[in-house]
Write a protein that binds this ligand. Sequence first.
Ligand code: GLC
Length: 646
Amino acid sequence: MNQAALHRLLASKSQMKKGESSYEALFDQRLATNLSLIKTLFFSLYQEPNHEAYFHDLLDQLEVQFSERPNELKKQDLERLNFGNWYQSEKLVGMQLYVDRFNKDINGLKEKLTYFEDLGINFLHLMPITTRPAGENDGGYAVSSYHEIDPRYGTKENFLVMAQEARQKNMFLMLDFVVNHTSDEFRWAKKAKAGELKYQNYYYIYSDRTIPNEFEKTLPEIFPQSAPGNFTYNEKMEKWVMTCFNTYQWDLNYRNPAVFIEMLGNLMSLANLGVDVVRFDALAFLWKKLGTLSQNLPEAHTLIALFRMCLQVIAPGVILLAEAIVAPRNILKYFGENILEGNECEIAYNASLMALLWNSIATKETSLMLKSLTNIPSKPNDATWINYIRCHDDIGLGYDDDFVKSMGWDPGMHKQFILNYYCGRLEWSPAKGLMFMYNPKNGDGRITGSTASLLGLETALEQKNKNIIDYAVTKILMMYGIVLTYGGIPMIYAGDEIGTLNDYSYEQNEDHKNDNRWVNRPVQNWKVISELASKVDSPSAAIYNGLKKMIGLRKSLSVFKDSNDIKIHGCPNPHIFIFQRSNETESVWILTNFNEVTETLDISWLLSIGIFTGSDSIDLLTGESFELVHNALPLKPYQQMWIKNL
Ligand code: GLC
């Protein structure tokens, strides 16, 4: 039983006893429930004798932040507690977007809430909207404030009105908390540059290269091409500052408890804006230690749990998403382990599934995906995934070398093949992607590009080949079909719903040209959207309508609620991926052919996994039962079926 379950229990008990309990009483009760855990976590990072005053500051901070939480949100917190794990519902379908690129600003976004409703989207991930340096700013992930809205996006008032309208439409909001670093123009960084030691201690700052050199022995490089190394020399301070990401993103020093306490305040003010899910950006990097990779360290987990336990006291309806794009086994740890199980993040990106899906497209086989997914321990029951195929970042090829070897493939050569397939180095590949951050030192590279271009739509349109266009559209829908049915919250990247191609205009933009992730950060094409109804045969309309239909189906079937029920079947045909979703009353099987030719499945095998055949089952996508040919079920190239027994 995690702490959230305790809060649920206590809330229902006190409601029964006293009817409507006062919010203050609830605060006391929540604090009492989490206090000993908060104390243990805090003093395990910051040793007790010297840090008691900070602990008192922390408790004061909790009280202040609670008093600032609007009553409407306090009421909502209580409703959420009563509702249970709302984030596991089949009714949730998300979209991720840059507010400015979507429709200019926050008001522009508000005008488009009906667009989301039409498609069936009710969960929005809005990427950073707070102030940032002019020029290069990593799409706002270099934050100059955690709560001041950048005037280009509008005002706080605009945000609150939009958030309220979204709430009235039963939509959920997710915002980023860039917890690992600030921009070099953040208030603390400015004071550090001006020589204030107090603020230099908010970052990892060194007068000479001794410690940086030690760190460099083990720290990997995140952006080896555009920002090699992990330290940047600041001429004003005449000192070196740790910058694991870009040179203008300064890593926060959480060894200093003052940093934790201030960042907790920043987190709370984000929650108090009416955000439902907080995306903990780059949280694997939170703790740095000489002689290590400084990723996924146990102290980072302690820190995240500490944030979580404090947030729960103030806003138990607000939950956390782990942006940990790390090895599969390490991702699971962000749900919390042992005593912390269920007490870190409720949601994590399913980066493993995402990378494996792209592998299956390139190899046309599903064996590596099967092997990898069935060998990862399952997640805790209260946790869920964000399932996605593309986002604003690159695709990292984080496959487990041992699993790759077990396929009979050499891991290095396999990675090269995938990079070649997606980055225009194989003549026969329809994919049009770009190589991101190729590191000649170790042959590592990642991939960027839009879903549609990576799946061949750009090439097909250039060739004006109707068949290939249809294949690309089918591939896009089948990839999203998996995202929509695999347990968790599906997240559609804005633009994908209309098959947006790569946007090469970033090459002409001084602030973007060094970062080709911008090839997949397009401006939403409202002209195409306005023509969807009149051009029903266009690829955009086919994708939009196909997605809309699948979203509707997902929401109508309670079997798609995430109850940790997924069963992946070891399929005798290596090109077909099959998983089963079940609840107490029904099952749905999702079958997907990753090959460019028709593949078949034998009737006896289908029966062995529980699928009835003939007129006893239907494919929910067509609404019809399916025909067997010579006692086998044929799946056309890239075809997907959602089969349900009648
Ligand atoms: C996350 C973001 C990415 C950003 C990085 C640094 O990984 O998704 O876009 O560059 O954090 O903030």
